[in-house]
Design a protein around this ligand. Structure first.
Ligand SMILES: Nc1ncnc2c1ncn2[C@@H]1O[C@H](COP(=O)(O)OP(=O)(O)OP(=O)(O)O)[C@@H](O)[C@H]1O
Ligand SMILES: [Mg+2]
Length: 378
């Protein structure tokens, strides 16, 4: 899929922008705070309708104005070409148009354009708390599995109600039958919990394999990445989802007293983690900055590959500030990888000095300065 034109009006620090990106690698170079990340963000929003950086849509609207518009013409090979338009206003609901047809339900427009974004926040998947890794799993698996979306919503609801009751029991606020009522939630908890665990296991198996391959290539075969699922109880020897459910119920029974004393659910996907070992050492604790960034990038390339397999054409690849912390060797391999991946790529950086000349020659290079973007050399 290829963005052939991008138009922004009053988006972030862009008053108006018109850009005709090149088909392969597009490099956006500029000093800090000029609008490089904003530009990549706009493409991500056109694909997903949401930003990963803004907590409220209002932040996206250029200060002093009340309405921003984003528009892209995206040519696809496996589907109809898409003209995607988004209008975000301070007073009205967000509105999208796909090939001129209005949508106010954002779920209807997600997936018309597909993009994978790497930004600094993604480093938290590697070095942050387990909740960061769970959020990553949920986000990625949800994109391709409606079953998972359903299980996730049902599990969260059940967990909340069960925890509420357990807290009441701990604090002696539950009635005389409170203890028995907890059990009513157990089967639901185990059913949806097992579905999530099964989904996460399968996803990590596939993603881990792809990420390891990328990781090996970028690190010049020096680092071996092994990604494993770490659920709250082991399921390695368990084949199917029904068996996981039975094991779930057994385990929950074993912590019966402890759960009531502590007032919370002690078993289940809310306690999952993903372990990332580089050469046998936990990268969260022992990884260097460059190693951690390499893993985060490898995860994104793996995700890119998975999406391509699913939709049958390469999604857009948005790489924000991906090069810092990487040595020249890793950068070189990363460029090779970008070339091989075949996605139209948007990459931001503060300087192109260390770029391999042949890469620069083939790329479209753009200078970003105070919300203006100009093709280099002019
Ligand atoms: N809603 C908004 N209205 C006006 N300006 C905004 C808005 N949101 C962000 N900005 C401005 O955009 C600029 C930051 O842009 P961006 O994050 O794209 O920088 P960058 O070029 O990626 O810089 P760096 O190299 O530091 O990552 C800041 O000057 C910020 O004040
Ligand atoms: Mg930036």
């Amino acid at each position: 899929m290829q963005v052939v034109s991008l138009d922004l009006t009053n988006f972030r620090n862009y008053q108006t922008l018109h850009l005709d990106p090149g088909p392969g690698l597009n490099v956006f170079v500029g000093e800090n705070a000029q609008g490089k990340s904003n530009l990549l963000e706009s493409l991500y929003i056109l694909a997903t309708t949401k930003s990963t950086r803004a907590s409220r849509d209002a932040e996206l609207i250029r200060q002093g104005t009340g309405l921003c518009r984003l528009q892209a013409q995206v040519n696809r090979t496996t589907d109809l070409d898409v003209k995607m338009e988004l209008a975000i206003s301070l007073v009205e609901k967000k509105q999208a148009r796909v090939n001129g047809v209005k949508h106010t339900r954002m779920s209807e427009v997600i997936g018309k354009v597909n993009a994978v974004l790497f930004d600094l926040g993604d480093l938290e998947i590697v070095r942050g708390e387990p909740s960061n890794r769970r959020r990553f799993l949920d986000l990625e698996i949800s994109q391709t599995s409606p079953r998972y979306v359903h299980a996730l919503a049902a599990y969260r609801k059940t967990l909340e109600q069960r925890n509420h009751l357990l807290r009441d029991i701990r604090d002696r606020r539950a009635g005389p039958h409170g203890g028995e009522t907890v059990g009513v939630w157990d089967v639901q908890l185990a059913t949806h919990g097992a579905a999530l665990m099964d989904g996460r296991r399968a996803f990590i198996d596939r993603l881990g394999q792809l990420a390891s391959e990328t990781h090996k290539a970028i690190s010049d075969c020096r680092d071996e990445l092994v990604i494993t699922y770490q659920p709250s109880f082991a399921i390695d020897a368990i084949g199917d989802v029904e068996e996981i459910k039975r094991e779930f119920l057994t385990r929950i029974d074993q912590v019966h007293h402890e759960e009531r004393a502590r007032g919370t659910t002690l078993i289940g996907p809310q306690r999952d983690d993903v372990q990332m070992l580089v050469n046998g050492a936990d990268s969260r604790l022992f990884g260097s900055q460059g190693q951690q960034r390499t893993i985060a990038v490898a995860l994104k390339f793996a995700e890119r590959q998975l999406i391509e397999e699913l939709i049958g054409e390469p999604p857009l690849l948005l790489l924000d500030d991906v090069l810092s912390d990487l040595d020249d060797l890793r950068r070189g391999h990363l460029f090779e990888f970008i070339g091989k991946a075949g996605s139209q790529t948007f990459l931001s950086c503060v300087s192109v000095r260390s770029f391999p000349p042949d890469i620069l020659e083939r790329a479209s290079v753009w200078r970003v300065s105070k919300g203006l973007v100009t093709r280099q050399p002019e």
